[in-house]
Write a protein of this length. Structure first.
Length: 175
């Protein structure tokens, strides 16, 4: 049986492929053109997911181990540890968001053939707008994941939301 990290990575890759395919369909529909699958773009998007999912999985695991979301009382009941949850949330929405966004922008800039100076310019130009778009969605997901969703279901929740975010990212990468 594959490890949770392998399961999460494979699940994310499948959802990434699906989101890219849906984005290609949306783009064709918007242009009123027949769908012509761009297998290179599909492969690039899935490859990026395969590269970034394991470190993201480990990041989430680190956050939970370092700042446990729930504490067990003397009577055995569990309660939300608000300070730890706030720390996880803040770290995830700052450091985690910056690292993931810069990686995404730099990866696709490099794949488009840009040199290192052009990649740096692209990262400076596109990171903040993409992060601001992400902050319209991911803080709510993180808050729910850290407060309501059991640890063993968080990857599934993130993957489902990630399907729709992946459509946005696919459309962003194409533009």
């Amino acid at each position: 049986m594959p490890s949770p990290l392998v399961n999460a990575t494979l699940q994310a890759a499948v959802l990434s492929a699906l989101s890219n395919l849906l984005a290609q369909g949306i783009k064709a529909y918007q242009k009123d053109e027949p769908l012509s699958l761009n297998l290179v773009a599909l492969g690039q998007f899935v490859f990026f997911t395969l590269l970034t999912c394991p470190p993201n999985f480990l990041w989430q695991q680190y956050l939970e181990e370092t700042f446990p979301g729930y504490v067990t009382g003397l009577d055995g009941s569990q309660s939300l540890h608000k300070i730890n949850t706030a720390k996880k949330f803040a770290l995830d929405q700052t450091i985690g968001a910056v690292v993931n966004t810069v990686a995404f922008v730099a990866f696709f800039a490099a794949l488009s053939g840009k040199d290192s100076n052009a990649i740096q310019r692209t990262v400076r130009r596109e990171t903040l707008p993409l992060m601001m778009a992400g902050w319209k969605l991911w803080p709510a997901v993180s808050f729910l994941n850290f407060t309501v969703v059991p640890m063993h279901r968080r990857i599934l929740v993130g993957s489902i939301v990630g399907l729709f975010w992946g459509i946005y990212l696919s459309l962003f990468a194409v533009s």
